[in-house]
Design a binder for this molecule. Structure first.
Ligand code: UD1
Length: 339
């Protein structure tokens, strides 16, 4: 049985990936220090898969703690590294914390990979590395724009660290650039657990619909888009998680053509904020009260992926629709509310 370490495995994307690993027969080991999630997520993974993943509460950015944890474990065949801080606004307030946490944990894990070059390494990157791309849909070779935030910079620098490390030390890695992950597991046993007031659109929408938040503010209606609101590529978290398995298996089967390969993970279709609201209303049967508000600093007008490379090389494509994303996000929200 192949052993895979999922860092941040109790988080939103990590927990869904843990499920996908376990249903495919991988032994999944989670490292998560509960910074942004809850221990009960382990129960949700167990309820879906019938197997309770092993979990260690460890701060991977602490070099000694990370080393001790890795030394205590039998060898890993793969590491999927999700654990990171991810709030754009907070990263502007606390840049040093972001650099220390996001880059520190990456470096500590890569020390292990450098000593175990057969260990497949998957890195969570983001479409934020493209900024406002010059051409849409966005292809992987599009220019990397100066980062808009320390958070975005940790993803850009993370990719550079991977490339330099891989060429010097002979390990292999894949960086996956996520567009906008949303939705929840269709079982409604795991999903997103935002802390405080959600900054992202879909969690705010679902919380607003069940009366936990006030009116949704739509940031900007004067963009040069079909309805004046920003366009994003929203991808179901289960589709996104499945791409991680495809990427990891490519490395395990020695099929990678470069030491570090990069893939966009999106659906290829852009949706406006108003289209997302309409899809949510269809899925939930609820009317959403919203008002237009000024543009949000740092927002790009439009971002959606060209997913040709992931389809051709990984044999993966997103299959779940925006309506399905909304139905699953809403079912999860209702479960949370009734708890
Ligand atoms: C944001 C981050 C991005 C990160 C991603 C996932 C910024 C600038 N970007 O992406 O780096 O990788 O989250 O964590 O923060 N919107 C509203 N009202 C709201 C919330 C959002 O109108 O209350 C709009 C936004 O203006 C945007 C769209 O909805 O057009 C999506 O926003 P959001 O869910 O925050 O994702 P991104 O900004 O694309």
């Amino acid at each position: 049985m192949k052993r895979v370490l999922v860092t941040g495995g109790l988080g939103f994307i990590g927990s869904h990936t843990a499920v996908e690993l376990q249903v495919r027969g991988y032994q999944c080991v989670i490292a998560d220090n509960l910074t942004n999630t809850q221990r009960e997520v382990q129960d949700g993974i167990a309820a879906i898969t019938g197997t309770r993943p092993e979990w260690t509460n460890v701060d991977l950015a602490d070099p000694a703690a990370c080393r001790a944890f890795l030394q205590s474990q039998p060898k890993f065949d793969g590491i999927i590294h999700f654990a990171a801080f991810k709030a754009v606004g907070e990263s502007v307030q606390k840049p040093l914390d972001y650099y220390r946490n996001n880059l520190g944990s990456l470096l500590n894990l890569l020390d292990y990979v450098r000593a175990n070059v057969d260990c497949a390494f998957i890195f969570s990157s983001s479409c934020t590395v493209y900024g406002q791309a010059d051409e849409l849909p966005i292809r992987e070779h599009a220019a990397i724009k100066p980062a808009e935030s320390p958070y975005g910079n940790t993803k850009q620098i993370g990719e550079e660290i991977l490339r330099d490390g891989a060429s010097a030390h002979g390990f292999r890695a894949i960086a996956l650039r996520y567009f906008n992950p949303i939705g929840a597991h269709p079982s409604a046993k795991i999903g997103e657990l935002p802390i405080g007031v959600p900054q992202n659109l879909v969690p705010f929408l679902t919380q607003s619909a069940c009366g936990m938040r006030g009116t949704l503010k739509v940031f900007g209606n004067d963009y040069k888009t079909r309805d004046g609101t920003c366009i994003r590529d929203y991808i179901h978290v289960v589709d996104l998680s499945q791409a991680h398995i495809a990427a990891m298996e490519r490395l395990m089967q020695n099929k990678a053509k470069e030491a570090v390969e990069v893939f966009n993970l999106g659906t290829g279709t852009g949706s406006s904020v108003l289209e997302v609201i309409a899809a949510f209303e269809r899925a939930s049967g609820k009317r959403i009260a919203f008002e237009f508000a000024p543009r949000r600093a740092g927002d790009v007008v439009a971002a959606y992926a060209d997913t040709t490379k992931a389809t051709e090389v990984l044999g993966w494509r997103a299959s779940r629709s925006l309506d399905q994303c909304m139905a699953d996000a809403w079912r999860w929200q209702l479960t949370l509310k009734s708890n």
